[in-house]
Design a protein around this ligand. Structure first.
Ligand code: ADP
Ligand code: MG
Length: 261
C-alpha cells in the first residue's frame, strides 16, 4: 500500500454528496477508427463526489475523462454535463468546457508566458473578464496553491510540483464546477507528489466535484468517496474505497490491486 496522501487530518465536513447529477453518461461507446476503446459506459456522478479512476495502462481512463469535456468525441450513447448534452453543437461544448477544468500529467503550461499570464489568458480572452479582475483572481488562486511569489516567473523556472500547482490554479481561475485530473502526479518526483495531492485534498475539502485518474491509492482511500476500476474499455467494478480495497469482487480488480499495492 502506498503511503498516505497527507499527514494532516482531513476536514470532511463540506465533502457531502448532493442528489443532483453533475455528469450523466449513458450507454456511451467510443471507437478510435476500428478500435472499440470505450464499451457501454454507464456512470452518474453527483455534485460533490470525489471519484478516483484506476486501471491498467491502456484501459481507457484518459479517453473516458477526455470525453467529458469533449477533447474526444464519443460515437454512441450520451454524455450530459450539468444538464448540457455533449453533441456537435459548439455552443454546448463551450458551455461544458467553461464548467469543467482539466489538469494533465504534463502540466501543459504555455512556456513563453509568465505564471500570471498563464492564469489570466483564458479568463481575459474566453471569459472576457477585465484584466485587473483577472489578475486579482489569478493571485488569489496562486496564493491558494501557495506560490504567489512565482507569479512573474516562467514555467521553465519552476519545479514540476510548482508547475502542476500552477496548472491547478490556472484551471480554477475559470471557476469550474467540476475538475478532471489525469494522472496529475505521475510525472513528478516523489518529494513533489505530496504538495500536489495536498492541493487536491484542499479542493475536495471545499466541496469540488472531482474525477481523478490516479494510482495514488493513499489519496483514493482518504479522499475518494468512490473508486472506479476500468479494464479494456469497460467499468469493471466500483465501490467505496474501503470495500474496493478490502473486498474487490472481480478477478481483474484483484490482479490489478495485487500489482500496485
Ligand atoms: P489509459 O489512460 O487508461 O492508459 P487511454 O485512454 O490513453 O488509456 O487509451 C486507451 C486505448 O486507446 C489504448 O489502447 C491507446 O493506445 C488507445 N488510444 C488512445 N488514444 C488514441 C488515439 N488518439 N488514437 C488511437 N488510439 C488511441
Ligand atoms: Mg491515461
Amino acid at each position: 500500500m502506498s503511503e498516505l496522501a497527507t499527514d494532516r487530518d482531513i476536514d470532511r465536513s463540506k465533502m457531502s454528496v448532493s442528489e443532483n447529477a453533475a455528469i450523466e453518461i449513458i450507454n456511451m461507446n467510443k471507437w478510435y477508427g476500428a478500435f472499440h476503446v470505450l464499451r457501454d459506459i454507464n456512470l452518474t456522478i453527483y455534485e460533490g463526489e470525489r471519484i478516483v479512476v484506476c486501471g491498467p495502462s491502456g484501459s481507457g481512463k484518459s479517453t473516458l475523462i477526455r470525453c467529458i469535456n469533449r477533447l474526444e468525441e464519443h460515437q454512441a450513447g450520451s454524455i450530459v454535463v450539468d444538464g448540457i448534452e455533449l453533441t456537435n453543437d459548439l455552443k454546448n461544448i463551450d458551455k461544458v468546457r467553461s464548467e469543467v477544468g482539466m489538469v494533465f500529467q504534463h502540466f501543459n503550461l504555455f512556456p513563453h508566458l509568465t505564471i500570471l499570464e498563464n492564469c489570466t489568458l483564458a479568463p481575459i480572452w474566453v471569459r472576457k473578464v477585465p484584466k485587473k479582475e483577472a489578475v486579482e483572481t489569478a493571485m488569489h488562486y496562486l496564493e491558494k496553491v501557495k506560490i504567489p511569489e512565482q507569479a512573474n516567473k516562467y514555467p521553465g523556472q519552476l519545479s514540476g510540483g510548482q508547475q502542476q500547482r500552477v496548472a491547478i490554479a490556472r484551471s480554477l481561475c475559470m471557476k469550474p464546477r467540476i475538475m478532471l485530473f489525469d494522472e496529475p502526479t505521475s510525472a513528478l518526483d516523489p518529494e513533489m507528489i505530496k504538495e500536489v495531492l495536498d492541493t487536491m485534498i484542499e479542493l475536495a475539502e471545499e466541496g469540488m466535484t472531482m474525477i481523478c485518474v490516479t494510482h495514488e491509492m493513499g489519496f483514493a482511500r482518504q479522499v475518494a468517496n468512490r473508486v472506479i476500476f476500468m479494464d479494456q474499455g469497460q467499468i469493471v467494478e466500483q465501490n467505496e474505497p474501503e470495500a474496493f480495497f478490502n473486498n474487490p469482487q472481480s478477478d481483474r480488480t484483484k490482479l490489478f490491486l495485487s500489482q500496485i499495492l
